[in-house]
Design a protein around this ligand. Structure first.
Ligand SMILES: [Fe+2]
Length: 391
C-alpha cells in the first residue's frame, strides 16, 4: 500500500475519497479471517490517515465557506449601501431585486418594491419613455441613459438618471440591471452655479457700462456713441451667426472701444474746431491706450486686441499699426464698420450729423477697400432690409 500524497488528497472530493476507502474496506473485510495481525494494523493505520485527510479537507471547506460568507456580506453591504440605486428588472419592468438605496430613493421598503412593477414609482408623463428604454435594452440595442422623474415618498418627485444593461439569467431569460442616480444634488448645484454665473454676468455688465460711462463723461459730444456702437455691432454679430456669448462679447467691445480716450485731454475731445496735427496725434493714441488698459484684465471675450485695431483699415491706411486685410481681427473689422456708421450718423463737435444714408453710402463706397465687404453687406441689410435703428 502506498501513501497518498498531499496534493492527491487535496484534489479528492470528500465523497470520492469516502467511496474509495469504503470499497477497499469492503474487499478486505470480506476476507477478514485471512488478515494477518500485521495487515490489520496497516489497515487501521490507513484508515487513520484517511480520517486525518478527511478532517483536513473538512477544515479547508469550513474556511472556504467562511471566506465566501465574509465576501458575500461585504458584497451585500456594498450593494445595499452604494450611493447608486440598483434594481434588477424583468422585461415587463417588474422589480426582481433592489438594493436598500433604491428602496430609500423610492420612499418605500424593499419588500414592497420587489415583485412589483416599477411603473407606479415613475411620474405618469415619463412612463412611456421608460417603457421605450426598457424595450430597447431587452432588444440588446444601444440606448443612452435616460433622465426622468420618479415618485418618491409621499409622491415627491425625484429627478434621476436611469441607465440599464441587459444581463440574461441562467436560463437565458432577459433581465435588466438598472442603476438610478439621484440628480437632486446635481440639479441644485447646477441651479446655484447658473445663479452665480448670472450674478457675475450682471456684475460684469454693470462694470463694463460704468467704465463706458466714465469715458463719455469726459467726452460729452460723443455721449452715447459707445452704447449705440455696441447696439449696432451686437446686431451685426447676431446677423453673422455669432453665438449669444460672442454677441455679448461684441456688445462689451462696442461699449469699451474708446476707453483709451481717458488718456486724451478733455479739451481736445470736446474741441469744436479743427484739430492741429499734435492734437490729432494725441487722439490717435487712444487705441493703444485702450489696449494698455484692457490687456491685463481677464474678460470672457477678446477685447483688448480689437480695441487696438478698431481704427485700422483693410488697405493699410488706418492707425496705429497700419495693418492690412486679414491681419486685422474679425472683431475689429466688425467694430470698425459699426463705429464709422454711428459716428457719421451722429452729431460731432466739428460737424452736424450726416445721417444714416450718407453713412451707408460711405461704407458701401469703400466696401472691400477700407471695410470688410461681408460686414458692410450685413450692416447695410440691417438698416435697409431689417429696419435697424439706433436707440
Ligand atoms: Fe475710436
Amino acid at each position: 500500500m502506498t501513501a497518498r500524497t498531499a496534493p492527491q488528497a487535496a484534489a479528492d472530493k470528500p465523497e470520492d475519497l469516502r467511496r474509495r476507502v469504503e470499497a477497499r474496506l469492503k474487499s478486505r473485510i470480506a476476507n477478514l479471517e485471512q488478515i494477518s495481525p500485521e495487515e490489520a494494523l496497516n489497515l487501521l493505520q490507513e484508515l487513520h490517515i484517511h480520517q486525518v485527510e478527511l478532517e483536513m479537507q473538512n477544515e479547508q471547506l469550513r474556511q472556504t465557506q467562511a471566506e465566501l460568507e465574509t465576501a458575500l456580506t461585504r458584497y451585500t453591504d456594498l450593494y445595499d449601501f452604494a450611493p447608486v440605486a440598483y434594481l434588477t428588472l424583468d422585461e415587463r419592468g417588474w422589480v426582481l431585486e433592489a438594493n436598500l438605496t433604491a428602496a430609500r430613493l423610492l420612499g418605500t421598503e424593499r419588500s414592497r418594491l420587489v415583485q412589483q412593477s416599477l411603473a407606479p414609482f415613475i411620474r405618469p408623463e415619463d412612463i412611456k419613455q421608460f417603457r421605450d428604454h426598457l424595450v430597447t435594452v431587452v432588444q440588446d440595442r444601444p440606448v443612452p441613459p435616460l433622465e426622468l422623474n420618479l415618485l418618491g415618498k409621499d409622491g415627491a418627485e425625484v429627478a434621476v438618471q436611469l441607465d440599464s444593461l441587459l444581463v440574461p439569467d441562467a436560463a437565458g431569460h432577459p433581465q435588466v440591471r438598472t442603476s438610478l442616480i439621484d440628480l437632486t444634488d446635481r440639479r441644485r448645484a447646477e441651479e446655484s452655479l447658473a445663479a452665480s454665473y448670472e450674478k457675475l454676468r450682471s456684475a460684469l455688465s454693470g462694470t463694463v457700462q460704468a467704465l463706458s460711462a466714465t469715458v463719455e463723461t469726459r467726452d460729452p459730444y460723443t455721449s452715447g456713441h459707445q452704447r449705440r456702437v455696441a447696439h449696432l455691432v451686437g446686431a451685426i454679430s447676431l446677423e453673422m451667426g455669432f453665438s449669444q456669448e460672442q454677441c455679448d462679447g461684441m456688445q462689451a467691445l462696442g461699449l469699451l472701444h474708446d476707453i483709451g480716450k481717458i488718456a486724451v485731454p478733455a479739451e481736445i475731445l470736446s474741441k469744436p474746431g479743427k484739430l492741429s496735427e499734435i492734437e490729432f496725434n494725441l487722439i490717435k493714441a487712444h487705441p493703444q491706450a485702450g489696449y494698455d488698459i484692457l490687456k491685463d484684465i481677464e474678460l470672457p471675450w477678446p477685447i483688448a486686441q480689437p480695441v487696438l485695431q478698431h481704427h485700422e483699415r483693410l488697405d493699410g491706411s488706418g492707425y496705429p499699426q497700419g495693418l492690412t486685410g486679414p491681419d486685422i481681427a474679425l472683431e475689429a473689422r466688425l467694430l470698425t464698420v459699426a463705429d464709422v456708421v454711428e459716428a457719421m450718423a451722429s452729431h460731432r463737435p466739428y460737424r452736424p450729423a450726416l445721417g444714416i444714408e450718407q453713412a451707408l453710402a460711405e461704407i458701401s463706397r469703400n466696401r472691400g477697400v477700407l471695410y470688410d465687404p461681408e460686414v458692410v453687406d450685413v450692416c447695410v441689410k440691417l438698416f435697409t432690409g431689417k429696419s435697424f435703428q439706433f436707440d
